[in-house]
Design a binder for this molecule. Sequence first.
Ligand code: CP
Ligand code: NVA
Length: 318
Amino acid sequence: MASAYSSLASQLTSFSKNHFLSSSDLNSNQILSLFELAKQLKEGNRRIDLGNRVLGLIFKKASTRTRVSFQVAMARLGGQTVDLNPQITQLGRGEPIKDTARVLSRYCDVLAVRTFSQKELEEYAEWSTIPVINALTDLEHPCQALADYLTIQEKFGKLEGINLSYIGDGNNVANSLMICGAMLGVNVKICSPKGFEADTKIVEKAKSLSEFDSTITICNDPLNAVKEAHVVYTDVWASMGQEEEHFKRKEIFEEYKVDQKLIGLADKEVIVLHCLPAHRGEEITEEALESKSSNVFDQAENRLHVQQALLAVQLGGL
Ligand code: CP
Ligand code: NVA
């Protein structure tokens, strides 16, 4: 066990103090080692006490899973969190990020930021002297992708050669699934209506990071996309910040609903994932979400374990 711990540590210590702004900030060896650490923490085979470190949470958008899993992860590491909701801090009154980030770096040990633009997140990282974590932007949701691939690895015992078909909007969740999946040898298909495809720059980035001959495919036909899929994944059609497009999108995306018929076209061992929160009757039916193929609550649980592992690494706890 001691040598397994030291080999884990040797992969991960290089990430200590690093920012996690994009799925591409970790390489494939680091991600796999992080999953090992997350499983040790999950199974109670390892305890890490960081000694009263503090995570600051700056959330400009609503959150249940991300916020609470980070709070519980810090508590389990012997630390705590402070809520830096922009409505109650000077951020909401226009204090610049470059000042806020430098001040918060004097009080906190790590920051998790949920906001709209990736540029804003990058500005926090530029001015912070502590690690900054992407807790979701319009461009990426990298903590989500870590939990998703940990869940898939647990279910199938491997990642290389797994086919994941994401049906729906080419959004932040799809972007991180592509980048992280490409590095882990997962064949990722993103199937969206015309005009709602994933960002071409992210597609190219994912392709450039592909390992173990994994493929990234962008397509528009959901019936075709799910053939041979081991994982069918979906997310809301209108993300936070796109609420005014909700009704228009409901019409455009109707054929992209994940239901029992669509799942029936996939591999017979298929699992269904959704980052949650779900809009039942829109991107996924009640029946599909509650079916025995659905693993959405194991997936949500893994947010806690993988983020606990990530914090332990960033805060030098190995
Ligand atoms: N999946 C996810 O990030 O959920 P929350 O918006 O509740 O954090
Ligand atoms: N794509 C969704 C994910 C929510 C966890 C959003 O950004 O609102």
